[in-house]
Design a protein around this ligand. Sequence first.
Ligand code: SF4
Ligand code: SF4
Length: 415
Amino acid sequence: MNAYLTAGQIKSALANTPQITFEVTDACNLRCEYCAYGKLYSDYDNREDRMLPTETAKRFIDYIGALWASPDNHSVNNNLYVGFYGGEPLLNMPFIKEIVGYLKAGGHAKRFAYNMTTNAMLLDRHMDFLVEHDFSLLISLDGNAENDSYRVKADGKPSFEQVVKNVDMLRAAYPDYFAKKVNFNAVLHNRNSVDSIRGFIKERYGKTPRIGDINDSAIREDMKEEFKRMYRNSYESLLQNENYDEIEKEMFLSSPTYHSATIFLMQNSPFKYENYNELLFGKNEDIAFCPTGTCIPFSRKAFVTVNGKILPCERIGHQYSVGQVDSKGVMLDFEAIAEKYNNYYSRLEKQCRLCKNQRNCIQCMFNLDGLEKGKCDCNGFMDEKQYERYRQTQLAFFARHPEAYSEIMKNVIYK
Ligand code: SF4
Ligand code: SF4
């Protein structure tokens, strides 16, 4: 088995992780029909209305705090993002308040910046605290009342009216905060479109929303038809609009076409640098091959679930946890994590070596069906012809938007 990843790399990634996110509860006051923890999927722990104990989170913070003080910490930047995730995080406000206080009192050299994804149903009660601590808020809203109609309450009634009432209240009470710190996140499906979501959020709140597709991995066998009925692809939805040139320009990186072109440019431009060392002393052209586009665990985030499972992020199945934090302490065996990853990589090596898209790959192996069974086919695999088509599509985008090259090179920091 090839050693793509070492225990030392993983420990170092955790000591320098830019973000810790806590799943503060698995309870939610909505029942969105496409929810990643709902009826369509099979890869998450049962939802049992639990709250993450503050002691568990404090144990994890202390563990990472010790790494910050060790030689493994070589971050120049002392900012650390702390995320609160759910379920609906505002259902566990005592946890959030206590952890913010604990971090403040900890005497760490880090500067903490807080963020949260919320459905805004309880925003009216908790906005003062969020504003006081300068939280970045990502509010889930799929567009107008019809667009948003999959986002229902426990009694099946729509949540739209209450959500926009709360968001309007926040904007009226704290206009500067709203302008700087609030953004919107929408899911695309068969009751909205890129254009209708963008039009509604722009007109009502003056913001450009992020738009994502419904998660397409780990769909339950008996739900595949239901999934197909709801699913829409944001790339296709954008291109269906006759004004798509204008829309994609306005949405910039939130548009799927700009996003794809940015990845292409970042992987292929000789003028993109990972860090100052590369800029000043030249790039290492001898980068070892590693299958897929999966991140080194913790290099982007450390995520703790409500059950104390430790994961590299919240977007992968809970079966891929790499450690545990509970009343006994933090259990992270970096050697075992490296072995686990190297084992998964070796299952994909053959396919990825043949793939012409290797250089641009952003496919996370944990979102490929069949990884655990050792037999998974990647839909993003490209032979020479497919890669050439992909390359031509990206070049055509830059021909259509000649200004995009300098916009991306100037404004995008790619991590
Ligand atoms: S989805 Fe995969 S590659 Fe992306 S941050 Fe999570 S673990 Fe890393
Ligand atoms: S896109 Fe290609 S390189 Fe990436 S995971 Fe799929 S087969 Fe491997």
